[in-house]
Design a protein around this ligand. Structure first.
Ligand code: PRT
Ligand code: ZN
Length: 212
């Protein structure tokens, strides 16, 4: 019988909590030594450690059957995968921010302006739904410095405490979406993998119910 393959973020904000969730589900596996693949010793699960941005594609291609990512990465990826369970950790939001000196009156501020982001798909959908025409500048990191160096008039990025915006002279003006960690799955899993997934989901829900 083939094992279910789960992709977790190798190194980042989701990593520790993803591993902890599996452990709380009673799933034991050797972890450490920088290994990229490991196997549970007491549950039919193989664990792959990847960059979070690569997980949607790998789940779509069945390199992994399921994965844990942020809803922001799921929504941006536009891959043919399903979001099957909210996991309740790594909560954050994707928001628009502008220089703290801007006299911001509403979304129309963004008409014909430049907005820097690593989330062009989500952001273009948002502006389209709101009938705003904006030029999206795609940058992959340090988005918060874009207005200060004259690259853009605003940004759209992940916010949690808000302190990064503050220390870069920016203020949050519109929330585009809420996000938290979710379990995603390939929509077309073979029967035996679907059964393992159901067992895993049962345990995840029990762990979460016990905490409430
Ligand atoms: O290397 P890899 O590509 O795997 O990791 P990554 O650097 O792309 O992602 P990582 O580890 O930073 O974040 C993984 C996921 O955690 C994100 O996709 C979100 O779903 C979630 N998450 C939760 C966050 C934050 N909180 C967060 N605060 N992701 C990023 N941030 C960053 C944000 O980009 C900004 O730079 O933290 C800064 C803002 O934080 P505050 O507290 O100052 O507002
Ligand atoms: Zn990433």
């Amino acid at each position: 019988m083939s094992k279910l393959k789960i992709a977790l973020q190798k190194n980042g904000r989701l990593s520790e909590k993803s591993i902890k969730l599996l452990e709380e589900c009673g799933i034991k596996f050797p972890n450490g030594g920088g290994k990229l693949i490991t196997e549970s010793t007491n549950f039919p699960l193989e664990i792959l450690f990847l960059r979070d941005d690569d997980i949607p594609q790998y789940v779509e291609q069945k390199v992994a059957d399921i994965g844990i990512i942020g809803e922001n990465v799921f929504a941006e990826s536009l891959k043919n995968i399903n979001s099957i369970e909210k996991l309740g950790f790594s909560a954050c939001r994707l928001s628009l921010a502008v220089s703290k000196d801007v006299d911001y009156q509403g979304l129309s501020f963004f008409n014909n302006k430049r907005v820097a982001t690593s989330y062009p798909n989500i952001l273009s959908g948002f502006f389209r739904n709101n009938d705003i025409h904006t030029n999206i500048e795609i940058i992959s990191g340090s988005v918060e410095i874009a207005p200060g160096i004259g690259l853009s008039d605003g940004i759209c990025d992940i916010v949690s405490s808000g302190s990064t915006l503050l220390s870069n002279g920016l203020k949050e003006v519109v929330k585009v979406m809420d996000s938290q960690a979710i379990l995603v799955a390939n929509p077309d899993l073979e029967v035996n993998k679907q059964q393992i997934l159901e067992k895993l989901l049962f345990r995840i829900r029990s762990v979460r119910n016990a905490k409430e």
